[in-house]
Design a protein around this ligand. Structure first.
Ligand code: EPZ
Length: 424
């Protein structure tokens, strides 16, 4: 099991390029199944979740090629022949976001079958809203043991009104993709508004779909007979950018982030300013993150976009452990996203958690020790961030989930002056 050995105390300095967004590229890869023509997705991050999605797509018959074009990774996908409507169970278990293939496969093939993705470290993560969206589109759901099969009726998918009781990112994406090949118009009410949804809609429009209203309270999709191929670039990963910004803040350093969209990070930037971290937009669009030696404390509540993202909550929690003052953190998205707190306590943090609430009394120093990551990639990354601050050496065990969402996390932190090594 890989371990990260971190020697704390080095303020980070330097410049780092942010990669394409994991949570944008995965739905875009799934969307390529909607057409038999070739699609090209540009600026694809070299992360494990992308590699797993490539394996799944190849397994169901999609031709997938990876190409390096002037240092940028391009993925070409051609779903001319889909040989099965079933997602392999072992790959479904490896990555729950393979549920995003159900909408495109249902739309393209008229049926899709998967094992229930199940919960994970951060919560139960049901898919009821995904399935309700398919039902509304005139499909039926059959369950047998842990298998879920979605079947369109004889007349195919029919446009409709879908009301999401919660702005679920995945359920919005699945409904959007399924609706592109439905007969008639579909309106998705109370959709998620994340920038990754915009990126997916841009890709679907380039494929010939008529979609509008992303970022508002209703997304409208006009169904089409067929979609064509398209080329589209993945937006920068706002969560990776936020993670490296916290790495600068927690070490009292100064780091420049290249290839970012500040407009996707307003809530995060505002919170960092509140705790005394200066974030300046440079001429070339990069962000400079300048941190005092010890950020102040401030309360935090995670919310659906444009609120503060849950995927940066553990990183903020790590910073709050060493902040000047007490922070009250409320996690409103997932029911179990404070598991990492018990590991921070082993490093000397003063944290009390109660359900979706954590109260953190900042301490001047954290102490390096042996800690254990769980399978939440953001929690694993946050333990490494805490190690960058802690006195002495922190050994983070079982941190390989970091590879799911961050390319060469240790190597890139090293380039910014961190004293960190990875032992596989
Ligand atoms: C996406 O997950 C992201 N993953 C998550 O990022 C992110 O944390 C999450 O959105 C929230 O922003 C990808 O995009 C691949 P949701 P998703 O459906 O779509 C409940 C990371 O670290 N819910 O918006 O699964 C659910 O349990 C990952 O990059 C239902 O109850 O999130 C949760 O409490 C982690 N029924 C809440 O809604 C459903 O049918 C939000 O989930 C669907 C969701």
């Amino acid at each position: 099991m890989p371990r990260f050995i971190v020697q704390g105390g080095n303020p980070l300095h330097g410049r780092i390029k942010i990669n394409g967004a994991k949570n944008a590229v995965l739905p875009m890869m799934a969307a390529a199944v909607l057409t038999e023509s070739e699609c090209v997705i540009k600026d694809v991050p070299d992360i494990r979740d992308v590699r797993v999605m490539v394996r799944i797509l190849r397994d169901i018959g999609v031709e997938v090629e990876l190409e390096d074009v002037n240092g940028q990774r391009h993925l070409s996908l051609k779903a001319e022949q889909i040989r099965t409507d079933t997602i392999p169970a072992e790959l479904m278990r490896e990555m729950r976001s393979s549920v995003l293939l159900i909408g495109p496969m249902l739309a393209r093939l008229g049926s899709a079958c998967m094992t229930h993705p199940g919960g994970c470290a951060i919560g139960l993560r049901p898919i009821d809203m995904h399935l309700n969206g398919f039902r509304k589109l005139n499909a039926r759901i059959e369950r047998y043991r842990d298998e879920v099969r979605v079947l369109a009726s004889e007349e195919g998918l029919l446009g409709t009104d879908i009301h999401l009781e919660y702005p679920s990112v995945g359920a919005t994406e699945n409904a959007m993709m399924a609706a592109t090949l439905a007969q008639g118009v579909t309106r998705i009410w109370n959709p998620a508004r994340e920038p990754e949804i915009d990126n997916l809609a841009e890709f679907l429009r380039l494929m010939g779909s008529r979609i509008w209203g992303t970022g508002t309270d209703v997304i409208t999709v006009e169904g089409r007979e067929k979609l064509g191929g398209a080329e589209c670039t993945v937006i920068p990963d706002r969560i990776e950018a936020g993670t490296f910004a916290v790495a600068a803040a927690i070490t009292g350093g100064e780091v420049e982030l290249e290839n970012v969209c500040p407009s996707h990070m307003r809530a995060f930037i505002s919170k960092m300013c509140e705790v005394g971290v200066r974030i300046i937009r440079l001429e070339d669009g990069s962000l400079r993150v300048q941190s005092p030696s010890r950020p102040r404390a401030a309360d935090l509540r995670t919310l659906p976009y444009p609120g503060f993202p849950t995927d940066l909550q553990n990183q903020y929690l790590a910073m709050a452990c060493a902040a000047d003052g007490t922070s009250v953190i409320t996690e409103t998205i997932f029911e179990n996203r404070f598991k990492v707190a018990e590991e921070f306590v082993r490093m000397g943090a003063l944290i009390r958690t109660e359900g979706r609430l954590a109260v953190v009394k900042g301490v001047p120093t954290l102490s390096g020790t042996r800690v254990k990551a769980n399978e939440d990639l953001r929690g694993a990354a946050s333990l490494i961030l805490a190690g960058l601050r802690a006195e002495g050496t922190t050994e983070v065990q079982g941190a390989d989930p970091v590879d799911r969402g961050y390319m060469d996390f240790a190597g890139r932190l090293q380039k910014l002056g961190a004293c960190i090594s990875r032992q596989d």
